[in-house]
Design a protein around this ligand. Structure first.
Ligand SMILES: Cc1cc2nc3c(=O)[nH]c(=O)nc-3n(C[C@H](O)[C@H](O)[C@H](O)COP(=O)(O)OP(=O)(O)OC[C@H]3O[C@@H](n4cnc5c(N)ncnc54)[C@H](O)[C@@H]3O)c2cc1C
Length: 518
């Protein structure tokens, strides 16, 4: 079967890698895969933070591909570790909380004991190793990149958006993906069944395919051709602009091991550390602040002179049918929410896992089978609607100091099950079963830090839950023991900046060896 991917950004090349794997260990390839890459239209170049699913891709899902692995990723993509999100000023200026990428040991219990006890005696994230690694700017590795002894804790990565695409491309081309240069200008839709038959490029080249993957970012060129509609989330999430810039590290500046999400008067700012610089941006709604004013606010909060690279406009939302006829959209073409929880590359990976494990077939009639398409789309819609709730939960805070924050507290449409979780929080600590479970779901293990951080679970509710589950007697001792253990363990870990310097040294050494051998 012939598959064509349109678009050579992160989503396009990631799709190519997942598809390349489907041809491994076969006598004949089952799929003939081509990617169309345009030299006229740049990639968005902004996605630099990830979730734990990328770790799975690097450590297991795609390691059979030649040249693919975590060490290579660090060396080629200017990657650093992401142990969580440092959330500043969300629940009022001066307030701060940590969202950990590692869960507690008791997150699946009817009462998350470690979370509840730490929330009562200290702070919720005291219950997770990443909090101690974050506070001391440590890596989650005990050894160095060569010994690769990693500790059993959840982590993800930050990386350079341009370098990651280039590296994915190199691996994809080495693993059998064909490259077609060009920019799509026209399409041919089959008049009998509405499927996309052909794409016509600017130079007149005509490309046919049985199945198409639309990775053309905000242009959405193929999904538009088959009539896929956009569902806007703007009534739930009003942020629609991002002012993007970078900050070069100063001499001796430490490289942080977390993303910073800093609430601002009219939205929030991210800071993502790569090996060479911070990638930064201010996400705001242009209903409340102009680009010029947003820049002034950024300079005031950071105390830095900032020269923005771009001001990106977007409408939060998703496609109504992410797979329509013979076109499946992945990446920005499928959906986008403000990047608070790095849900974009995460959802692309989950879509590709779903596609390759459940829906893909070398028989082209299966790729337009309504039941197959429906199952895929139901999963995708559930996932994006849950992420909408996840983002919205950050904004349910005590802040109402500006018109934008007041609007957030009173005017926005709320996800019905956000309301039901808030209702649960009035009388007991929620548990994993209060949240949806499916491949890619955020669930209690992500929502818990936000509920705790924004003070949405009161002290009396913690007490009641500990009493109900009969944990109150030993709880203070349990807390002290947990903190002591994590404090003790943290001494084993390599400092984050030192780890990154090892990676940079090893990269330079490899380059020198390569130059010598030429
Ligand atoms: C401000 C901002 C911050 C973000 N931060 C994060 C984050 O921290 N974490 C995260 O997971 N995600 C983040 N994202 C999302 C992330 O950038 C994307 O998921 C990721 O880069 C994939 O983008 P893409 O490949 O879908 O689109 P793009 O990078 O835009 O690539 C689109 C490709 O399509 C091609 N194309 C377009 N039109 C045509 C045409 N007519 N013919 C041929 N080719 C065409 C272009 O040349 C390009 O190669 C962020 C996005 C924004 C806007």
């Amino acid at each position: 079967m012939k598959i064509v991917i349109a678009g050579g950004g992160t989503a396009g090349w990631l799709s190519a890698l997942f598809l390349a794997k489907q041809n491994l260990h076969r006598d004949e390839p089952a799929y003939d895969i081509t990617l169309i890459e345009s030299d006229d239209i740049p990639i968005i170049g902004a996605g630099e933070g990830s979730t734990g699913v990328l770790q799975k891709v690097l450590l297991s899902t795609l390691t059979e591909l030649d040249g693919f692995g975590e060490k290579e990723f660090f060396e080629n993509c200017n990657a650093t570790f992401k142990l969580g999100i440092d959330c500043i000023d969300w629940n009022g200026v001066g307030d701060k909380f940590f969202e950990s990428l590692s869960g507690t040991h008791t997150s699946l219990w009817p009462l998350d004991k470690d979370f509840t006890i730490c929330s009562k005696y200290g702070n919720a994230p005291d219950s997770t190793p990443n909090k101690y690694l974050w506070e001391n700017n440590l890596s989650p590795f005990v050894g160095n990149p060569n010994t690769k002894t990693n500790y059993d804790t959840g982590y993800a990565y930050h990386f350079d958006a341009h370098k990651v695409g280039e590296w994915f491309k190199k691996i994809a081309l080495e693993n059998g993906i064909k490259l077609q240069k060009g920019t799509k200008t026209d399409t041919n839709i089959n008049s009998k069944n509405g499927v996309l038959d052909k794409v016509i490029l600017k130079d007149g080249t005509e490309i046919e395919s049985d199945f198409w993957i639309d990775c053309t970012g905000f242009n959405r060129v193929l999904s538009k051709a088959v009539g896929a509609e956009w569902v806007s989330y703007s009534e739930y999430l009003p942020i629609n602009s991002a002012l993007v810039y970078t900050h070069q590290y100063e001499e001796g500046e430490e490289i942080p091991n977390v993303t910073t999400a800093w609430a601002m008067p009219n939205g929030w700012m991210w800071q993502i550390p790569t090996q060479e610089r911070l990638g930064c941006g201010y996400c705001y709604s242009d209903k409340f602040v102009s680009e010029e004013q947003a820049l002034k606010e950024l300079q005031k909060v950071t105390g830095r002179k900032i020269e923005p690279l771009r001001n990106i406009k977007f409408d939060s939302g998703r496609l109504k049918e992410v797979w329509k006829k013979n076109v499946l959209s992945i990446g920005l073409s499928s959906s986008f929410l403000e990047p608070l929880e790095a849900t974009s590359i995460h959802s692309s990976i989950i879509q590709l896992v779903q596609l390759t494990q459940h829906h893909l077939s070398p028989y082209k009639e299966d790729m337009i089978r309504e039941s197959n398409i429906k199952a895929n789309n139901e999963h995708f819609n559930m996932m994006l609607d849950e992420y909408r709730a996840l983002i919205q939960m950050h904004y349910i805070t005590k802040r109402n100091d500006t018109p934008s924050w007041k609007n957030t507290q009173t005017e926005l449409k709320r996800e019905p099950w956000v309301e039901s979780i808030l209702e649960v929080c009035k009388w007991r600590v929620p548990n994993a079963n209060d949240f949806p479970h499916y491949n890619g779901s955020a669930g209690w293990g992500v929502f818990n830090w936000i509920l705790a951080g924004n003070d949405l679970i009161g002290k009396e509710v913690l007490d009641k839950s500990l009493h109900t589950h009969n944990f109150e007697k030993s709880s203070e001792q349990h807390y002290k023991h947990m903190v002591k253990e994590y404090e003790f363990d943290k001494r084993l870990f390599a400092p984050h900046t030192e780890f990154i310097n090892w990676v940079i040294d090893s990269k330079e050494k490899n380059q020198k060896d390569l130059d010598k051998s030429k």
